[in-house]
Design a protein around this ligand. Structure first.
Ligand SMILES: [Zn+2]
Ligand SMILES: [Zn+2]
Ligand SMILES: [Zn+2]
Length: 656
């Protein structure tokens, strides 16, 4: 301000308090170095309140290892550095820059550039606050003067090409300072890929596991181009993938199968796409060849957009003022009792809308805390009257121990135990249903406690499971195993696949019904006693859906239950699923909706989007440029929308 005197020093010593500073070097700008990190948070940008039972002092040296443990406790943005991770010295260094007028104004608005002594300048924190697209724009346009220009001449092209690689793999929306633990698996894999694009190695074998997870079809092509450029440099790229576009782009395709689990494990085909398409025994070829008309069940459930201004209606769940992260105070309408897909390019705000806005708001409302929630967050929801509960159905395991098996999770193991208890042999010995229970000590193996496996703790390594030597993995005492139903013991039954058990129990409706649902979901190959740790994420997710379906089926026979329905949320359920299995998943979802439930799915998979009753497309881009509704309606309506990337791709698949 005018009239005030400010004292500046040309030496690295403060003329008032005499504090002296070292000559600056790159370490001062690294939060991984004691010279650069914020002394309060040691470069994490967050303060961790260590969860109970974790001894912070003992493992202070192993910061990286304890990071994940700490992440589970309470966290808080570091008040000292405001999350920028750097110490005051690094944060105070301003680099004068020359920028074109329009970019300068835009960056000033977003506080990514400041004015210092009459000239535009940036701090390192401002640069790390940029998303990758903005950073690329900045480093493409920026000019320096004097000595800085000479140094920048060699450095800037390096920075720019790395940013370009990140854009190429579809990560332009990521903020430069994002911590790796907050990235999704797909994002992390694509970052590694970007690093490889920057190296000029050849003769390397790259193996990627579903790199298209979470990728919008628009960015799929970019990823494929990146893989092809690795190939052109003399590398080999092996990709495990179910995505049709990726399969079609491959030079050579190896198909394993023919089925899953016990029906799989064989080499079905190893050939080019052209040969594969002519094959009759390849499931992949059948799916690629098939001309599908969407929706495959013939018609969609109607959605009537009645009076657009009416805010209260029993048919719509309406979320007001969704405002977290990049969401622009959205009002979003979800038709109840319908199959809804929320889609949009990566980073457009899909997860935020559902996980951080809709679900917590509905939960707060169901708990009677709507008022408090609205005061705290500004968000509220109408149309909850007919919702009983919210369920997020994810790919996490159905249980932590080998005692968690499909039969217990879906609930029909109780019926099987009751059946065994009713047999003459059991009655003679006075065995009750507890005899065949993992939770009761009367019948189970006393060593493994019914797990069939024993956990071995190994120092410095994760625990391992080995088959129990006492029961030989049969889980039960010898006497228990002597009770037989149609010649099979309880252990034999647990060894059966769903498909085998379906026939075996065809005259016991209470057991047959859930088995039928499991079979229809494409899980016929699973063993009834398959331990949870051996199930894939996709399998676990479908088992959970089946459990809800089965309880819905039972309930529909009970007219006294309230007619309230559930709200289900699934995030990218097609991850890890072959095209043929996507169809089976869709069928389970459709059945849940037939019962009157509402299913909301976050998904990029076009085959699944094309089956939905209602699509909400967020965008138009990721990060700051996203967070708005680009299009909503039936898949056909979204396909007509010229502004929707999703619509553009839907158009091609709907007219097939
Ligand atoms: Zn001073
Ligand atoms: Zn800090
Ligand atoms: Zn045992």
């Amino acid at each position: 301000p005018s009239g005030e005197i400010s004292v500046l020093s040309t030496e690295r010593v403060c003329s008032i308090c005499q504090e002296a500073f070292d000559q600056l070097d790159p370490r001062h700008f690294s939060y991984n170095s004691p010279a650069g990190w914020c002394p309060k948070c040691r470069g994490f940008g967050e303060i961790f309140w260590v969860p109970e039972g974790v001894d912070r002092g003992a493992r202070e040296e192993e910061i990286e290892e304890t990071w994940y443990e700490w992440m589970e406790g309470e966290r808080q943005v570091c008040p000292e550095c405001n999350g920028t991770r750097l110490n005051p010295l690094a944060r105070s260094v301003r680099l004068p820059v020359i920028l074109p007028e329009s970019l300068l104004r835009q960056l000033l608005d977003r506080q990514l550039v400041t004015y210092h002594q009459g000239s535009p300048a940036v701090t390192i924190s401002m640069i790390s606050a940029m998303d990758i697209a903005t950073a690329l724009e900045f480093f493409t346009a920026v000019k320096f003067s004097g000595r800085a220009a000479i140094i920048a001449k060699d450095v800037i092209p390096e920075i720019r090409s790395r940013l370009e690689f990140l854009v190429e793999v579809g990560l332009d929306y990521l903020q430069l300072a994002r911590g790796v633990p907050t990235l999704s698996g797909g994002e992390l894999q694509r970052i590694r890929l970007a690093a490889q694009l920057g190296s000029n190695l050849s003769g390397v074998l790259y193996i990627l596991d579903e790199p298209t997870i979470g990728l919008h079809p628009r960015d799929n092509q970019k990823l494929l181009n990146a893989l092809k450029s690795l190939k052109r440099r003399g590398n080999s790229v092996v990709v495990v993938e179910h995505d049709p576009a990726t399969i079609k782009a491959a030079d050579f395709i190896i198909e394993l199968g023919p089925g899953a689990g016990v029906h799989g494990g064989q080499l079905v085909k190893a050939c080019t796409l052209k040969e594969l398409l002519q094959s009759n025994d390849s499931v992949t070829a059948q799916c690629l060849r098939k001309k599908v008309c969407y929706p495959t069940r013939g018609s969609r459930r109607p959605v009537h957009l009645t009076d657009k201004t009416a805010s209260e209606t029993p048919d719509w769940l309406i979320l007001h003022n969704a405002n977290k992260h990049n969401l622009k105070n959205l009002t979003v309408r979800f038709p109840l009792g319908r199959f809804i897909v929320v889609t949009g390019v990566s980073g457009s705000g899909k997860s935020t809308l559902l996980r951080e806005c809709l679900i917590p708001t509905v939960r707060a409302t169901l708990k009677g805390e709507a008022k408090k929630w609205r005061q705290e967050t500004g968000m509220w929801v109408s149309g909850c009257e007919n919702i009983r509960a919210v369920h997020e159905v994810d790919q996490s395991p159905i249980g932590r121990t080998p005692r968690s098996i499909p039969a217990t999770y879906v609930g029909f193991f109780d019926e099987i135990r009751r059946l065994f208890a009713s047999l003459p042999e059991s009655r003679m010995h006075g065995y009750g249903p507890g005899r065949c229970s993992f939770n009761s000590s009367v019948g189970r193996c006393p060593v493994c406690l019914g797990a069939g496996m024993v956990k071995i703790e190994m120092s410095f390594m994760p625990p391992a499971f080995v088959v129990c030597s006492t029961c030989g993995g049969k889980r039960f005492k010898l006497e228990t195993l002597q009770v037989k139903y149609r010649g099979k013991s309880i252990a034999d039954v647990l060894e059966m696949s769903v498909e085998e058990a379906l026939e075996f129990f065809q005259h016991v409706p209470a057991i047959h019904l859930p088995l039928k649902v499991l079979f229809d979901t494409g899980l016929g190959y699973l063993k009834l006693g398959q331990p949870s740790p051996t199930l894939s994420g996709g399998e676990a997710q479908r088992i959970k859906l089946v459990a809800y379906l089965v309880s819905g089926l039972k309930e529909s026979q009970d007219i006294h239950r309230q007619r309230k329905r559930n709200l289900f949320l699934l995030e990218e359920p097609t991850t890890g699923l072959h095209m043929a299995d996507v169809q089976k998943l869709v069928e389970v979802i459709q059945q849940l909706v037939d019962f009157g439930h509402t299913v909301i799915v976050i998904e990029h998979n076009l085959e699944l989007i094309a089956e939905a009753d209602w699509v909400i497309d967020l965008g138009p881009e990721g990060g700051k440029k996203g967070g708005e509704i680009v299009a909503q309606g039936t898949p056909e309506q979204v396909a007509q929308n010229k502004n929707s990337f999703t619509g553009w791709f839907l158009r091609t698949i709907l007219k097939k």
